[in-house]
Design a protein around this ligand. Structure first.
Ligand code: MN3
Length: 202
């Protein structure tokens, strides 16, 4: 299914004067649209590669997938993260912020400091870490570092050399072939079910 540019939840002048109409038009209509187009094209090329079993350009298309995928996910969040009326944190989220940061003020201070100190292009990000149910503030430098922000990992293969070098030396491919034979697909499935549940609640 093709990705589409989401509509803004407000008018182009809805965030004036903080974010001006001219910036919002170019940012949403041109920049975000570029990520959507790039993501669709990367997915199409990867689908063609699977059909013919030709992975000679895999690094290029995985990079494109990460760059445009993260761009699409993060911009979609960014538009939703703003509103003409702003608002105050409440509910269980506010309690969690209190526990994690000692209150909304220190949370905002750290968020602004972290975001302002990103080197080059990037994002500030307040995130929920499901493993230990903690709130964390992260700097995202660039965003194309071969990830797509917002995804839930389901199956991971460690390809740092320490994971296979003693037995396989430089034969990473052989290690991976053996890894996938012992992959626990039941565990992957239960992670998938959990992630689907999280997504449904969001
Ligand atoms: Mn942008």
């Amino acid at each position: 299914m093709k990705h589409e540019l989401p509509l803004l939840p407000y008018g182009y002048d809805g965030l004036e004067p903080g974010i001006d109409e001219r910036t919002l038009r170019v940012h949403h209509d041109e920049h975000h649209q570029g990520y959507v187009n790039g993501l669709n094209s990367a997915e199409e090329k990867l689908s063609e590669a699977r059909q013919v079993g030709d992975y000679s350009l895999i690094k290029h298309w995985e990079r494109e997938l990460a760059f445009h995928g993260s761009g699409h996910i993060l911009h979609s969040l960014y538009w939703e993260n703003m509103s003409p009326d702003g608002g105050e944190p409440g509910g269980e989220f506010a309690d969690h912020v209190e526990d994690s940061f000692g209150g909304i003020e220190p949370c905002i201070e750290q968020f602004l400091a972290a975001s302002g100190a990103v080197e080059g292009s990037g994002w500030g990000c307040l995130a929920y870490r499901p493993g230990d149910e903690e709130l964390v503030i992260l700097q995202v430098e660039n965003h194309q570092n071969l990830t797509q922000w917002g995804v839930h990992p389901l199956l991971v293969a460690d390809v740092w050399e320490h994971a296979y070098y003693l037995k396989y030396q430089n034969r990473c491919k052989e290690y991976l072939e053996n890894f996938i034979r012992i992959a626990d697909w039941g565990e992957v499935e239960s992670r998938y079910d959990d992630a689907r549940r999280c997504g449904a609640q969001a």
